[in-house]
Every structure is written in structure tokens, then in C-alpha cells.
Design a protein around this ligand. Structure first.
Ligand SMILES: [Zn+2]
Length: 315
């Protein structure tokens, strides 16, 4: 009997010691990363699914499987940091301008609700694109499933930007021609749907299709040439130049194409792998060019809007 009691006591002590050791281990595990510089990983160390650009050799955040770890990655520098912030900051600015449009957009006596709707449509399209993109770059280290979903939403964001850019300026370019406005807006929507399908369908999402997918998006952008040609035939070069502020639209097109080209050929990191891991690789240049191109479009859109209302004021 006494022996059994001793055994029970010793078992209880063992259990209590075991519990304490487990708690101590958990505590140690929880506090370990704190106060330490976050470790980044190399191309060889990351899992296959995280590998996309073989010219970027270091600076990877290893698969986190944790939303909070992904959010914490906003606080230290890694090879997605520039991609995140180049779209997060302008994205928030776009949203703020849309929310405070009454203060941000110059007002004319003829300015009405439709003007705010059209200009805000562009701002919200831009916001969607930039936020989808920064969210994707922040959470792509979570897991393959989240990275795949984020990448699809990233492409949908680009579609939203192109559709909203085109329709908003078509409204002012063809303010007196409903057939052209609705016709080209319909074409833009059709292209937008096609690009969305290509972005969402698994078959077109493989690395081999990367360049072709980029090309389809360029074609979507280039479809903007069609209303310009129609405008030149219908109104003449000078009138079209002024109606849609063509010089800004042309500059916008050049910047988008340049961005897609650098992204497609992975310049400059392909020339010196490892040198552009954190700063200056093709995806970052692409992001910056997208933002500058969107600002060119904004300049064209506001110029077009002002021209339209100034012309109304002369009658
Ligand atoms: Zn991106």
C-alpha cells in the first residue's frame, strides 16, 4: 500500500515536472525570435512553390503559414518590401482622393454627379489594382494556396485599372457621340472579361504562359489605339489631341509597355543575379512605372474633364 502511494506521488511529480518543462519550452519558443534580426532565406532554401525568379538569390521570407507573420514582414526589409510599399502608399492616396473628391476635383458650374462618378471610377479602379497588388506581395509568403489566390486577385486588379482608365476617358472623349462611347466601352469590358478568365484559369497560370499572359494584357492596353483612330477620323488630329489629352495617354501607353517588357525579360537582375534582390529588380520597376502611368492617365482625365466643361461654358 505504502509502495503504491510512493509510486503515485512519484508519478504526480513526474507529470508536474513534465508540464513545467513543456511550458518552459513553449515560453522559450515564443520569445526566441523577439529582439533578433529576422532571418531571410536564399533561393536554395525556399520551397519549390516560392521560386519564381531565379535571378533573385536572397532576401526571401520563408513560407510563414501565418497571417500575423505576413503582417509583421511589413516591418522589416526583404525582397518583397519595395513591391508592397510602391503600391500600398499610392493605393491609399487614390482612395483618399476618391473619398474627398469634392475637394480634390476642380469644380465648374456644369460639374455634376456624373463627373464625380467617372473620375471616382478611375480612382477606385486604381485603388483596387494597387491594393490587390500590395496585399498579394505581403501575403504571398503565407502558403501556396494564398499566393495563388493573391496572384489571381493581383491580375484582376490590373484589369480593374485598365477598364476604369479606358471608360472614364472615353466618356469625355466621346461626350457627344454615344455610339462610340458605348461601343468602345463594350469592347473594353469584353477585353477585361477575357483577361480575367486568362488570369483565373489554372492552365494559363503556369510559368511557361507568363510572357503570353503579359502580352494579352499589353494587347488589352493597345486596344486603346482603336478609339484614338476613330477619334482622328471623326474629329481630326488636333481635336482628338485636345479631347483626350493624347500626349499624356501616349506617355501612359509607353510606360505600361516598358513596365511589362522589363517584367517579361526580368531586367536588370538577369544581367547580375543577386545584385538587385532587395532594390531595383524588374518587378519593382514595373510597379513604379504602373504608378507613373496611372498618374499620366489621371492628368489626361482631369485635362479632358476641364476641357469639356470649359467648352460648355463658352456656349
Ligand atoms: Zn506586383
Amino acid at each position: 500500500m505504502a509502495e503504491t502511494k510512493v509510486q503515485q506521488r512519484s508519478q504526480r511529480r513526474f507529470k508536474s515536472d513534465h508540464k513545467m518543462r513543456t511550458e518552459a519550452r513553449t515560453l522559450l519558443k515564443d520569445t526566441k525570435p523577439k529582439g533578433r534580426r529576422k532571418r531571410l532565406y536564399s533561393w536554395e532554401e525556399i520551397p519549390e512553390w516560392q521560386r519564381d525568379n531565379e535571378h533573385i538569390l536572397h532576401g526571401y521570407v520563408l513560407e510563414t503559414k501565418s497571417v500575423s507573420e505576413c503582417l509583421k514582414s511589413l516591418l522589416y526589409l526583404h525582397n518583397e518590401s519595395v513591391n508592397i510599399y510602391t503600391h500600398l502608399i499610392p493605393g491609399i492616396c487614390f482612395l483618399l482622393v476618391a473619398l474627398f473628391d469634392k475637394f480634390a476635383i476642380k469644380k465648374f458650374p456644369s460639374t455634376g454627379l456624373i463627373d464625380y462618378l467617372m473620375i471616382d471610377f478611375f480612382f477606385l479602379g486604381g485603388f483596387t489594382c494597387l491594393i490587390m497588388s500590395s496585399t498579394f506581395h505581403c501575403f504571398k509568403c503565407h502558403s501556396l494556396e494564398i499566393a495563388t489566390l493573391g496572384n489571381k486577385l493581383d491580375y484582376l486588379g490590373i484589369v480593374a485599372l485598365i477598364v476604369s482608365s479606358m471608360i472614364s476617358i472615353l466618356y469625355y472623349g466621346f461626350s457627344d457621340n454615344n455610339a462610340f462611347f458605348y461601343g468602345f466601352s463594350g469592347l473594353t469590358l469584353a477585353f477585361g472579361i477575357a483577361c480575367s478568365v486568362v488570369s483565373l484559369k489554372e492552365r494559363f497560370r503556369s510559368r511557361e504562359w507568363r510572357a503570353y499572359r503579359a502580352l494579352l494584357f499589353v494587347a488589352f492596353g493597345l486596344s486603346a489605339v482603336l478609339p484614338v483612330i476613330a477619334g482622328i477620323i471623326f474629329y481630326g488630329v488636333r481635336e482628338t489631341w485636345s479631347r483626350i489629352q493624347l500626349k499624356w495617354v501616349l506617355l501612359e501607353g509607353v510606360l505600361y509597355i516598358l513596365g511589362a517588357l522589363l517584367y517579361g525579360i526580368r531586367f536588370p537582375e538577369r544581367l547580375a543575379p543577386g545584385y538587385f534582390d532587395i532594390w531595383g529588380h524588374s518587378h519593382q520597376l514595373f510597379h513604379v512605372l504602373v504608378v507613373i502611368a496611372a498618374l499620366c492617365h489621371l492628368t489626361a482625365l482631369l485635362g479632358s474633364y476641364e476641357r469639356f466643361h470649359k467648352a460648355l461654358g463658352t456656349f
